[in-house]
Design a protein. Structure first.
Length: 345
């Protein structure tokens, strides 16, 4: 039977050799990093390929510029270091087809729009539903992107949601709606799905944390990360894949929606990108797109700065990287990340 002293000696021996092994592992990884660093100095990586040539500007929505002041309040107190390049991807497109109107009519018929549609543009039609909510849906007959509206803000028959489970089932209602139209995207990250609760006051949506006051639940879907970078949309904290769910009696239904989905191809090319400091300078100069901010607020602290990709409702040929600035009060702003010399005027 081992003595106490012998057990202590054995424990010390194990700890000593464990520490030595851990130290060897740390030194090994540091040596690899050092060798890689020296190798890059001697033989730097080839320049970004820029195979698409000069790129169009990102089609951010137009907005009135404001005199906004910023301060940095990141965890480190500094701006991050970005890599010198990022990938640009081709957006997939749906070619026009003679069957476009027929296919679009079939899709909207599955959600109750059975009357003939009215053409409002070369590739866009509108259908009107005569149910009590008088919904209308406008769809691009080739891409199937659509928007749905109804006078839900002045509809007295809408009732409050009854509990957490009732609110969570709004996600199922939105998914079922898309499934009926055979429009369920395969690139949605379910862990990012966002639920926002609203009451209706004076014919306007007002955010609420009380379930008993909730008459509208907004469901936002978000696409998968690309190259481990998130996709952001033109409304900052929301997406362009959003659904407003209301209740009449015990039944949930979609009373409003925006569905602008961009498919992303595997065709890509690397482009030189701006440093975080260069992007921050553009933000300070008022050259950024402000995706989200409260009204009448012109001072913000920037808490997080990182790279991502942008998708909007305007047509775009490429999925391009952006520098994202997040701050207090749900402030979100974007700066195009590709260096200016690669952007066509």
């Amino acid at each position: 039977m081992p003595t106490l002293n012998k057990a202590k000696d054995e424990t010390k021996t194990v700890l000593r050799w464990g520490g030595i092994s851990f130290g060897i592992i740390i030194i090994f990884f540091m040596a690899i990093k050092f060798i890689t660093f020296v190798k890059d100095l001697i033989t730097p990586p080839p320049p970004p390929s820029a195979s698409f040539g000069k790129l169009p500007s990102i089609p951010f929505p137009n907005q009135v510029k404001e005199n906004i002041t910023y301060s940095i309040n990141t965890l480190t107190g500094y701006l991050p270091n970005f890599p010198d390049r990022a990938k640009v991807y081709k957006i997939t497109t749906t070619p026009p087809t003679l069957l476009g109107l027929d296919k679009a009519s079939e899709k909207v018929a599955q959600i109750g729009f059975i009357s003939p549609g009215a053409q409002i543009a070369d590739d866009t039609y509108q259908w009107v539903n005569q149910d009590p909510l008088q919904k209308s849906i406008t769809m691009n007959i080739f891409s199937s992107n659509f928007s749905l509206s109804s006078p839900y803000l002045i509809t007295p028959s809408l009732v409050a949601f009854s509990g957490t489970d009732d609110m969570n089932s709004a996600v199922d209602t939105a998914n079922s709606f898309l499934s009926k139209m055979t429009l369920s995207p395969t690139d949605i990250d379910g862990t990012k799905t966002k639920i926002t609760s609203y009451s209706i006051e004076n014919s306007s949506l007002v955010g609420t944390s009380k379930i008993s006051d909730t008459k509208i639940v907004r469901v936002d879907f978000f696409q998968n990360d690309i190259d481990k970078l998130p996709i952001y949309y033109e409304n900052g904290i929301f997406s362009t894949l959003d659904f407003l769910i209301g209740k009449e009696g015990d039944n949930q239904e979609v009373v409003g929606a925006t569905f602008y989905h961009r498919g992303i191809s595997e065709t890509s090319s690397t482009y030189a990108i701006k440093t975080a400091q260069e992007a921050y300078s553009e933000l300070q100069k008022g050259s950024a797109y402000i995706a989200s901010k409260p009204d009448n607020t012109v001072e913000f602290t920037i808490n997080n700065v990182f790279l991502g990709y942008y998708i909007g409702t305007a047509d775009q040929e490429f999925l391009m990287p952006i520098v994202i600035f997040e701050g207090n009060n749900n402030f979100v702003a974007y700066v195009s990340a590709v260096k200016d010399e690669w952007i066509s005027n």
